[in-house]
Design a protein around this ligand. Sequence first.
Ligand code: NAP
Ligand code: ZN
Length: 352
Amino acid sequence: MPNVKAYSAASATAPLVPSTIPRRDPTEYDVQIKILFCGICHSDLHYARDEWHSVMPTVYPCVPGHEIVGRVTRIGSAVTTFKEGDRVGVGCLVDSDRSCPHCQSGLEQFCPNPIFTYGSPDQHLGGVTYGGYSDSIVVDQRFVLRIPTNLDLAGVAPLLCAGITTYSPLRHWGITKGKKVGVVGLGGLGHMGVKFAHALGAHVVVFTTSPNKKQDALRLGADEVVLSHHADEMSRHAGSFDFVLDTVSSDHDINAYINLLGLDGNITLVGAPEKPLAVSAFSLLFGRRSLSGSLIGGIAETQQMLDFCAAHDITSDIELIRIQDINQAYQRLLKSDVKYRFVIDMATLHQE
Ligand code: NAP
Ligand code: ZN
């Protein structure tokens, strides 16, 4: 059982620091992956700081990271789908019970017994699973994704969470040409939502609190950009949307965005703020509007999303960082100061 280098947090208030974690030797169906790049999702920060305590209390020490790309270094004796040297990815799930109706229909993210990439019971080593802020990982072949050869590896990492989390609801709600789609929050998830909605042919409007992101939003594929604190700009769009994707990571007035929906319009929450959001019944009653949520995506759909990205030449806009700068990156994430995803160059794990 090898020990590998990682970055971990010891408590909700502790910074991420260098550490060592165990990884199992590959069993029959396992793929061992040398991690080359790992994206930083806002969920990593929520989890490291135990902000989801009431739903999913953090187990310390924790090693976040679920936007993993790398190369296969070893395979188990029964692995047929991957070979040494392959470019692969791992997202938020590393296993599930594989037998429930959701697993059987490719919706592993809704399995009652999911094994998330970090913080879930580790059935092999005991304790909990450790994520991608580490040198390597060992994952059952069924939860490993194939990375298309034409895409830049570092830019692919965020697709494993930010990509699938925005692609899945856009597909579920039937977004196609002619639909008017709002994307709230231009961060890691939001900027992928804009790219996908644009590629699907929708008329895309970005709602942002950051005036300095306006030009970028248009470049990323938005048709219009609205500064959400400008009441007159907001009211111009009232009642006009088919679909709104809310990616906001902290407390905000969701009614302002529900009111953007037209008749039978839907707003889907993918953002997971620490505190509950207050919903005015009247925002939903008028217009028979609906509010729903969405959680990442299943393994087959994640592969479909990667292949869609290959066909449309889509990757994430990233800022590559050294792992030694991870705590500063977390600080900047809290200030919405990221364009548009931090990705860790994992080679820096071996530098002083
Ligand atoms: P992020 O990069 O930090 O982006 C969040 C964006 O929300 C910010 O860039 C900012 O955009 C906007 N924002 C922040 N605070 C705001 C406020 N108070 N009011 C209005 N807008 C605000 O985060 P992320 O990685 O994209 O993740 C977003 C959320 O999705 C997190 O809560 C994360 O945990 C969750 N998530 C959920 C899933 C899922 O499966 N459902 C998967 C991954 C992540 P502007 O500067 O444009 O305003
Ligand atoms: Zn994530």
